[in-house]
Design a protein around this ligand. Structure first.
Ligand code: ADP
Length: 766
């Protein structure tokens, strides 16, 4: 008899098992013959003929008889009854030899009950099959199902139960339990199939709905567009925003938020207070330059020409800017390091930013940071506030309408901070290339990419710029202009522009060199050229009146008639006094608006060693005064009691900044030395330098501005710290020509040069 081992198949008496003829041959090693008997064994594991051993089979099997064998390669086996497998052995040809005995069922089945339950399972299967592609095939099969066992056998491959569970049905002795269990498995299988198919249909419906929805939306949009084009006058505000929103090219996050707000707007009545707010917000959102501006090819020569066209001089600055442009070009980027232009007002910091934009062919936008106190100034207010606004950065981007402008952040040194968060830290995020590709303004509330913006900061002084911010920037100094440079700037730029603005042809008005120099010398007092520009404008306005009255006139402005064209009186520059007095020395100061001279005045009065310091510098000066006094006492031992027997008054007139205070150290020391020794120091000798208690002269800042101020005031000789010699390369040649500059390293050197004798003990004491 053939032995057929089966895996994962439900084998039950009174059922039919269908299989391929080839499979039968392969498993049994015999060709099937209708009507022959066969033993069915249940395999424990999914093994092939070559793999099975004596142990591969479960102890209960079944006896069967071969049924129809059709020509299309299928055959059936009618399962008859269960058997106990007593002994199974694998023979050399891999066939199985065994002894079996019949295994009886226990209990009975209520035939009617069994029939009706079987019918109900069958019906459910047919219902499930309804409308499926394979329904006809299933129906043909189902016609032959007369027992629940046949159904189970036929469904066997589709039931998601394990091999053990399938075998457990065969091993169940109780007929009624076997029936119940089989029914349960079938019904569960059906439930599962139902749920899966429901989920699949639902999913399919969802897809279809989505697809339909988007198709309808597209249709509506298309029709609406056509309508709008036919009647542009009827386009409503909401529709206008909607069109802008969809066309803006914004990122997904922004678009989603925009649609959300638009839907809210649609829900509001025209008179609702929300309407204005929502519209404003949508206007901003849709007005931002979401589409990225492509990088232009930059030609260095053109850039150089553009920079030269509007600004004279500033060679160092221009070179640095061109370097940056070259680097950007090589790296294919639209932005590079953050530049910080530092210098006195009117030295061209902001306006060269505008020239850079021209040189790069990009938009220019200026954002003033002066007085920004809250984080909200930079980053905007949250939309929940009434009157909420975007911050200055997003506002600037909105105004210029390009994603890659040259943005000048003016007056970073004037950022204040308040309890409402620090604007500087918000600015840090704006300037940080790691973060600024997704800068989120509180008002806008969706990220905007600032990474293509070319940022330039301007400041008058570095002292008040927060350290972390300063670290991120590359500082480029703008020094003040010399009178000669101012003259050139006025000739080349300021005067032609002023004439043009006033509508005066260039040949009609002649401002002589002498008159121009007078304007520079007597009517302005500044490191930059802002005042000079105003004077040029004033001259042209005054000339305009004259030209209206006498259209044919040719106007000649000379030194003599200049005052007629001016609306202010000449300013009086501080000039060094002609007469010297002991205890008074000329010092040099740096201020954010350029350099200045100052006189340190000292006086001894009868008293008992009290020191009074007046003037602007306060504490810093008190310290310097102490050091100066100690130094002078040690340099002039026999005059030391002058300080204990008298009161000392030191006055430093306004002008210098506290930070610059220590650089008056040498001046103060010389003033005291002059006072106690009774030696006069000529007023046209000026000095600057910090002093140490050892009597060394240490370096100071702002040398170019200080020397320029000295020259302007009529100083002829200047003592500077030897360590500052390097800075002389930044000093205009005409200033260097006009001054005798003496580098010094110690206080004694200065005193010796000024012939202030400190008696023999001078060097020994120091
Ligand atoms: P800042 O930003 O340094 O305060 P601005 O850039 O506003 O100065 O300059 C003030 C005015 O002076 C502008 O009209 C500018 O064109 C002019 N200006 C400054 N420097 C130069 C220069 N080197 N050449 C030509 N014009 C200049």
């Amino acid at each position: 008899m053939a032995v057929l081992p089966l895996y994962n198949t439900i084998i039950l008496p009174e059922s039919k098992i269908w299989l391929r003829t080839s499979f039968y041959k392969e498993r049994t090693g015999k060709a099937p013959v209708s009507g022959e008997r066969v033993s069915l064994l249940a395999l424990k594991k999914d093994q092939t003929r070559a793999q099975w051993t004596d142990d591969s089979f479960y102890p209960i099997g079944a006896a069967g008889i071969l049924g129809e064998i059709d020509s299309s390669g299928f055959m059936s086996i009618d399962v008859l009854n269960r058997v106990n497998v007593e002994e199974a052995a694998i023979l050399a040809d891999r066939s199985v030899s065994m002894t079996v005995s019949r295994r009886a069922d226990t209990g009975d089945l209520d035939a009617d009950d069994a029939r009706s339950r079987t019918t109900s399972v069958k019906d459910r299967i047919l219902t499930f099959a309804r409308g499926q592609q394979w329904e006809p095939m299933l129906r043909a099969f189902a016609a032959r199902w007369d027992t629940l066992w046949s159904i189970a056998a036929a469904m066997s491959p589709w039931l998601s139960i394990s091999n053990e569970e399938k075998y457990a049905l065969l091993a169940e002795d109780s007929l009624s339990k076997r029936f119940d269990e089989t029914e349960r498995i079938l019904l569960e299988g059906l439930e599962m199939a139902d749920v899966t198919s429901e989920a699949q249909t639902a999913q399919k419906e969802d897809h279809e709905k989505l697809y339909r929805e988007s198709a309808i939306r597209k249709q509506i949009e298309y029709l609406q567009k056509q309508l709008d084009e036919m009647h542009p006058e009827n386009v409503t505000e909401i529709r206008r925003l909607e069109m802008k929103l969809e066309d803006s090219g914004m990122n997904e996050t922004a678009l989603r938020e925009g649609r959300k707000v638009l839907n809210r707007l649609k829900g509001e009545g025209a008179n609702s207070p929300e309407t204005g707010m929502l519209t404003d917000w949508l206007d901003l959102l849709t007005g931002l330059p979401w589409k990225k501006e492509a990088a232009r090819d930059i030609i260095l020569d053109d850039a150089r020409r553009a920079l030269d066209a509007e600004h004279s001089g500033l060679d160092k600055v221009k070179t640095r800017i061109l370097q940056q442009i070259a680097v950007m070009r090589l790296k294919g980027r639209q932005s590079g390091s953050i530049l910080c232009f530092v210098g006195a007002p009117g030295t061209g910091k902001t306006s060269i930013g505008e020239s850079i934009a021209k040189a790069l062919g990009r938009k220019y936008v200026r954002v003033s940071l002066g007085g920004a106190r809250d984080e909200a100034d930079i980053r905007g207010h949250r939309r929940t506030y009434i009157g909420a606004m975007p911050g200055r950065i997003i506002d600037g981007i909105h105004k210029c309408g390009a994603s890659n402008p040259v943005m000048v952040l003016d007056e970073v040194d004037k950022l204040a901070s308040s309890y409402n968060g620090d604007p500087a830290s918000a600015l840090l995020e704006v300037l940080d290339p790691e973060q600024n590709f997704s800068f989120t303004d509180h008002y806008l509330n969706v990220p905007f990419d600032l990474s293509d913006v070319f940022f330039i900061c301007t400041a008058n002084t570095l002292d008040t710029i927060p350290e972390p911010l300063l670290n991120r920037m590359e500082v480029i100094s703008f020094r003040g202009y010399t009178p000669l440079e101012k003259h050139e700037i006025a000739r080349a730029h300021l005067l032609p522009k002023a004439l043009k603005a006033a509508g005066i042809p260039e040949e009609t008005l002649n401002l002589t060199d002498e008159a121009l120099d007078l304007v520079i010398e007597d009517y302005t007092r500044e490191a930059g050229v802002r005042g000079l520009k105003k004077r040029m404008d004033q001259i042209c306005r005054a000339a305009a009146i004259q030209l209206v009255e006498q259209p044919e006139a040719k106007i000649e402005i000379t030194g003599e008639n200049l005052a007629q064209y001016m609306d202010i009186n000449p300013v009086h520059h501080k000039r060094v006094p002609a007469k010297a007095k002991p205890g008074i020395v000329t010092g040099l100061a740096w201020t954010p608006s350029g350099g200045d001279i100052l006189y340190i005045q000292t006086l001894l009065t009868k008293g008992a060693g009290k020191i009074t310091v007046t003037g602007q510098l306060g504490d810093v000066m008190k310290e310097s005064a102490q050091i100066a006094m100690t130094l002078v006492k040690s340099l002039f031992p026999d005059r030391a009691d002058a300080f204990s027997e008298n009161d000392l008054h030191i006055h430093v007139p306004d002008g210098a900044t506290p930070k610059d205070g220590p650089s008056a150290g040498i001046t103060l020391t010389c003033a005291l030395a002059s006072l106690v020794s009774g030696t006069q120091i000529p007023p046209d000798v000026a000095m600057t330098g910090e002093v140490s208690l050892q009597g060394d002269v240490n370096p100071i800042g702002g040398l170019p501005e200080k020397l320029m101020a000295a020259q302007r005031a009529g100083v002829t000789r200047v003592f500077i710290p030897a360590d500052n010699l390097d800075d002389l390369k930044d000093v205009a040649q005409e200033v260097k020509n006009a001054l005798e500059i003496i580098p010094v390293s110690t206080v004694s050197e200065v005193l010796a040069r000024l012939s202030i004798s400190a008696q023999e003990s001078l060097d020994k004491a120091v």
